[in-house]
Design a protein around this ligand. Structure first.
Ligand code: 5GP
Ligand code: ZN
Length: 115
């Protein structure tokens, strides 16, 4: 069995507040929201990071991205939202199952390095 946290969430083995799911992906609320709305979109199939994506993942990645505007609207983000994909330790990735952060609303954090 996979030891991956997000594989377990996708399989329903670890609970999460799911906002949307289909055959290819699951979207759930981040456990430690960094903004008023903070969702994580993951593929059902394990993919460690964007760095592991190949042309075979193109349709999946496009499908995932295309769900985000609708999800943002459904969560009241009528004026826009931010999408972040942290890749690798140097990119701040902590969970090594590809995920797209969807952030918006009040308390939207900055993303520029301040040091
Ligand atoms: P990363 O830093 O890898 O881009 O983001 C990982 C995100 O996963 C973080 O924002 C963190 O709060 C979230 N996270 C970590 N563990 C869990 C969990 O068990 N459940 C949920 N819903 N989110 C989690
Ligand atoms: Zn996984």
């Amino acid at each position: 069995m996979s030891d991956c946290l997000f594989c377990k969430i996708a399989a329903g083995e670890i609970p999460a507040k799911v906002a949307y799911q289909d055959a290819q992906m699951v979207v759930f609320h981040d456990i430690a929201p960094a903004a008023e709305v903070h969702l994580l979109a993951i593929p059902r199939a394990h993919l460690a990071s964007l760095d592991e994506a190949t042309p075979e993942h193109d349709a999946l990645l496009a499908h995932m991205l295309r769900q985000l505007p609708r999800l943002a609207r459904e969560h009241g983000l009528d004026s826009g939202f931010r999408t972040i994909i942290n890749t690798g330790k140097g990119g701040g990735q902590e969970v090594f199952h590809l995920h797209m952060h969807l952030l918006g609303g009040t308390k939207l954090p900055g993303f520029k390095c301040t040091d």
